[in-house]
Structures are given as C-alpha cells and as structure tokens.
Design a protein around this ligand. Structure first.
Ligand code: AMP
Length: 361
C-alpha cells in the first residue's frame, strides 16, 4: 500500500490525467506527469511535469526513479515504455492488459473468450479476407484499424452491397487495410449505447458503477445519462460482464466497457478502455467516490471506495467552440462546470464538460 506522500506517475497529460492528478493531490499524493506538450492539462497541475516523448528512455528512467507507481491515461502508450517502467516500479494497468486493450482484434477476441458477445468481426489482410468476412457479415459493416482508432477515427462504413457507394467504400477500406492491420465488423443497428466502469484493486477487490447511456455525435461522446434508462436485469447483466472482463484482463485500475444494446436486448461489447473514461465524468459530482479517486485508490493499493450513485446525472462534453457555453452553464446552480485548461480551441477537441445533477431515482 502506498501511503499519502508517495509519488504516483501518469503517462499522458490530457484531461483524464488532469482529473487523476486532482484526485491524487486531494488525497495527499504527489504526481509526476509525462507528456511532451509543455502546457498539457495535467502537466499544469502536477508536482513535476516531465516534458518528453513517451518513448524517451531517459525520461522514463527518471519517472521510474521518482514514482512508486505509474499509471496511464491512454491505452495507446508504447508497449516497450510500459515494460521498461514495469521492470522498475509498480505499473497499473499492467503491460499485458494494455496490449490487449490497444488492439481491437485482441480485445474483441478476449471479450468473446470471456463469454461476452460482440458484433460479428473478422481480421482482414487483403481483398480475399474482406470478401470472406463480408460474406459472413452479409450487411452493412465497418472497417476499423486494429490500433490507434478512437472517437470513430480510423473507420470506414461499408454499406449494404446494393448501395451506390458500396464499391467506393470497399476500395477505401482496402486502401486502409493494405497499410495498417484492420478488422471488419458488422454494423449494429443498436437501440442505445451503454458503458460500465469497474475498478479493480491489487487484491482483486472490485467496485462497479451504474450503467450509463451514451450519445455520440460524429463518433465523439456528446452526452452521458446516469443511470441508463434500461431494465434493471439488463443493467445487472452489463455490470456482470464488466466485472468478468476486468477479471479476464487481470486488471488493476479501471476498466471502461462500451457496449451496444441491440433492439432485441442483447448486450454486445464494443470497446474496452483500461483507464478512466469520458462516460464516467459524472461520477465526480454524483458519486461518493469518483472514477478518478477510485483509480488513485487502485493504483496506490488502498481499499476501493463506494461507487454508489448519490444523484442522477447528465454529463455533456464541451467540444471545440462549445466551450463558450460555459457562461450559460455557470449561471445554472444545478450544473457543475469542468474546464480542462486548454487554450487552443480546435474542432472536435474536448475542452471541458458540464454535469447536471438530478434527483436520485
Ligand atoms: P469506437 O471507436 O469503436 O468506439 O466507435 C465510435 C462510435 O462509432 C461508437 O460509439 C458507435 O457510435 C459507432 N460504432 C462503432 N462500432 C459500431 C458498430 N459495429 N455498429 C454501429 N456503430 C458503431
């Protein structure tokens, strides 16, 4: 167990690292952030900000010397960097769990092995594979790059074969598959998107948050409704699946599981993120223990806190120029405004979020 006063490291200095840093400092820990951006949101608040690339061996060594434990705010951290750190200090989540979560083929395969359903998917390498996979899926599909895709990036939608744009989409998909390993998966005509966050400590202790409902615009999370408006049996099943997956990855830290609820009430796992998640920001204001505090507790080896919801909540992201709306939200006494300290407004950039608290139901 790392006692307050110990130093925790975070790879990545974005908003997730920033909110982790805030939670860690509230609990009396020191924080070292590694991020090349000299003005990164987490670097602004850290005790020490190491401004270097994630592959910089000297910076990683320095980090390992300064920290008793290191975590990450993004799953695309280079595997070798995590291994290098893991040889020198406690790293959570471990390199094996991160390696699975950063590859869509491995994560879906592992989810299926753990008994969780996913949309039908197949690895593709060339035209032959695509045709084979596509004939199995037999309907609209999505090509996704195995790695480095997030918020809908690295995806091509392939419509049904009788659609005018079918061949154009196939050509585009093959172009991508020829340059980077990719998968193709069935397009799910879902009823809604859900996610569940589970925390798991070093002893295997777990705490699971309520299932939430997520709405995306242009592939980016726009709104989270907590709790999800779904039957309680389905919510329990989603939480059970998240717990099974955290166990299957032998994860220490947080696991966010994104799922689709199909129109016939099946739950299909879409994506696993071994870290705090945008769809868990509501927990800062509406739960006794936020996802970030829970992450600190898991990484430091403290007992986990209670994940119970104290209020219903609705979280909205402030994306790009939406950030200007903080003025409107700040006048509403039922809304909490969170801004990430980013100075440059860019389209699609997550600048902040707001959480509206609602009566507990
Ligand atoms: P992802 O990068 O996999 O999280 O995908 C981003 C968003 O694209 C998801 O939140 C969904 O809204 C949508 N999406 C991803 N995969 C599928 C799918 N198989 N069927 C339908 N929509 C999808």
């Amino acid at each position: 167990m790392l006692l307050p006063g110990a130093t925790l490291g975070v790879l990545g200095g974005g908003q997730l690292g920033r909110m982790f840093t805030l939670a860690a400092r509230v609990m009396g820990y020191r924080v070292v952030v590694l991020d090349p951006d000299p003005d990164s949101p987490a670097g602004q608040l850290a005790d020490i900000h190491l401004k270097a690339p994630y592959t910089d061996a000297a910076a990683l060594l320095h980090m390992a010397n300064l920290c008793q434990a290191v975590t990450t705010e993004f799953e695309n951290v280079p595997a070798r960097s995590l291994e290098m750190l893991a040889n020198r200090c406690f790293v959570a989540p471990g390199p094996a769990a991160v390696a699975i979560a950063q590859d869509r083929l491995l994560e879906k395969t592992r989810a299926a092995e753990a008994g969780c359903d996913t949309a039908p998917f197949a690895d593709i390498e060339d035209e032959g594979f695509l045709v084979q996979a596509w004939s199995r899926i037999d309907g609209p599909a999505l090509l996704k790059t195995r790695r480095l895709g997030y918020d809908g990036k690295g995806q091509v939608r392939i419509p049904a074969a009788d659609d005018d744009s079918f061949w154009r989409a196939v050509d585009e998909a093959l172009g991508i598959a020829a340059s980077v390993p990719s998968i193709v998966e069935a397009f799910v005509d879902f009823a809604c998107e859900l996610s569940v966050i589970v925390a798991r400590g070093v002893t295997g202790e777990t705490a699971v948050y309520d299932v939430v409902e997520n709405e995306h615009v242009h592939g980016i999370l726009d709104r989270t409704i907590a709790p999800a408006r779904i039957p309680s049996a389905l919510a329990h099943e989603a939480q059970r699946m998240a717990l099974v997956l955290a166990e299957a990855l032998d994860l220490v830290g947080l696991l966010a599981v994104e799922m689709f609820r199909t129109r016939d009430d099946q739950l299909l796992v879409n994506e696993l993120a071994p870290r705090p998640h945008n769809s868990g920001h509501w927990t800062i204001d509406a739960c006794l223990t936020s996802q970030f505090e829970q992450h600190v507790r898991a990484v430091a080896g403290l007992p986990l806190g209670e994940a119970r919801r104290l209020a219903n909540a609705e979280m909205r992201n402030l994306i790009g120029p939406d950030v200007e709306r903080w003025r409107e939200f700040v006048t509403d006494p039922a809304v909490k405004v969170h801004l990430y300290g980013k100075t440059e407004v860019r389209p699609g950039r997550k600048m902040g979020h707001v959480t509206r608290l609602l009566p507990l139901e």
